[in-house]
Design a protein around this ligand. Structure first.
Ligand SMILES: Cc1cc2nc3c(=O)[nH]c(=O)nc-3n(C[C@H](O)[C@H](O)[C@H](O)COP(=O)(O)OP(=O)(O)OC[C@H]3O[C@@H](n4cnc5c(N)ncnc54)[C@H](O)[C@@H]3O)c2cc1C
Length: 372
């Protein structure tokens, strides 16, 4: 079946990959170049982690996500992924990390708990309050996002998939099953998948409050010499404080140390993002004060801007009208599901999986796709 895809980020590219695997004929439209560095999917790394507080559906999906990435690595012939595990810190009963532990127990998924002394011995750069404990998962770690996107584009080109870059879609007509291109031409197919990231509401204004376009800043740093070795051996730091939603990607496999802080985002039009302002990169680093020792000794290398669509309840937003399936509101947690989301979107678009079933799963209200 011919399937049109709008968007060349991880979701659109992985959907094209899965369609090819499933014997279909995808045609992908990307408004920018391919790879598109201006989308949410293009950065050195994205975290993949099992702890998900009490969002049991998304925690279960991570196991299927890991299996889907393995299938993708087999096809790409490379593994742009470092399974370094993840660490979340708890300082209070029933906090994010403690609830993640309960969810992992409910799903019979393994983890280790670290006491404050263990944490200090392994990760001396952390400054944690007495009584803090750590939830360590061996599975998960860092997906090298830009390398994955580059490799997928190469793979799809090699497989002869029609990738139409610099081609903006300006309208979607579900009744006619057709896309309007900026040059006035139209393309039609039995099925269409729209994975337009922060631009979703430009095509579907009715989704503007459910998939709100935002501008997010992250900061790359060089750790002080005294902690360089410990950082290079560290897991992905997924939840370090209850006071601020902060995370860190350690510098492994040639990547750089990166800090992120959810507070450093604001609603924005993805076509006209304000450039990085003075002090924005330092502002992200400042969110780590009290959590890291010797924070002033970290050298800020640069900040980076990313546009993405945020769903207020963090559940991915999906709609189906006629043969058009839309996925948006991918928020700060879709990359890890990229490969499995592509597979399931492909199955749904081609009618193999009922849409309502897909929607329940994508909203994190389902269970595992594949039971061991
Ligand atoms: C700073 C930051 C950190 C994050 N950290 C993590 C993390 O650690 N782990 C995790 O799992 N997730 C993380 N995420 C989330 C994740 O990166 C995104 O949810 C994911 O990359 C979204 O992929 P996408 O394909 O939907 O969107 P995008 O990558 O933005 O791709 C959408 C593409 O569609 C194109 N497009 C849009 N409209 C049109 C049109 N009309 N015509 C043609 N092309 C169009 C755009 O140009 C764009 O290239 C993070 C996000 C950000 C911003």
């Amino acid at each position: 079946m011919k399937v049109l895809i709008v968007g060349g980020g991880i979701v659109g590219l992985a959907t094209a990959w899965a369609l090819v695997r499933q014997g279909h004929n995808p045609v992908l439209f990307e408004q920018g170049p391919l790879p598109h560095e201006g989308g949410a999917s293009y950065d050195q790394h994205r975290l993949i982690r099992l702890p998900y507080a009490d969002q049991r559906g998304y925690c279960a999906m991570v196991i299927d996500a890991l299996a889907a990435w393995s299938r993708l690595w087999d096809d790409l012939g490379e593994t742009p992924y470092a399974e370094i595990g993840s660490l979340a810190v708890s300082t209070e009963e029933d906090d994010w990390t403690d609830r993640s532990r309960i969810t992992l127990d409910a799903l019979s998924l393994d983890y280790d708990t670290l006491d404050a002394a263990d944490i200090h011995a392994r990760y001396p750069f952390l400054a944690l309050p007495a009584g803090a404990w750590g939830l360590f998962n061996r599975r998960g770690g860092l997906l090298f996002a830009a390398r994955i996107v580059d490799s997928l584009v190469r793979y799809l080109r090699h497989r002869g998939v029609e990738l139409r870059d610099e081609t903006r879609i300006v309208g979607v007509d579900p009744a006619a099953g057709c896309l309007s291109l900026a040059d006035g031409s139209r393309e039609s197919a039995e099925a269409i998948v729209v994975a337009a990231g922060a631009w979703t509401a430009k095509l579907f204004p009715e989704l503007a409050r459910r998939a709100v376009p935002h501008r997010q800043v992250v900061t790359y740093l060089e750790p002080p010499e005294a902690y360089a070795e410990a950082w290079a051996a560290a897991p992905a730091m997924v939840h370090l404080s209850n006071a601020a939603d902060i995370y860190a990607a350690p510098p492994v496999a040639g990547s750089e140390l990166k800090f992120g802080a959810a507070a450093h985002r604001r609603p924005a039009d993805p076509d006209t993002l304000d450039p990085l302002g003075d002090g924005e990169a330092a502002g992200v680093a400042a969110a780590f004060r009290g959590v890291l020792r010797d924070l002033d000794d970290y050298r800020i290398l640069r900040g980076r801007l990313c546009p993405y669509g945020i769903a207020p309840d963090s559940r991915f937003v999906t709609e189906r009208t006629g043969g058009v399936t839309v996925i948006g509101g991918c928020s700060g947690h879709m990359f890890k599901f990229g490969a499995v989301m592509g597979e399931e979107l492909a199955r749904t678009a081609t009618g193999e999986r009922p849409y309502e079933d897909f929607r329940t799963w994508a909203e994190g209200r389902g269970g595992r796709l594949e039971e061991d």
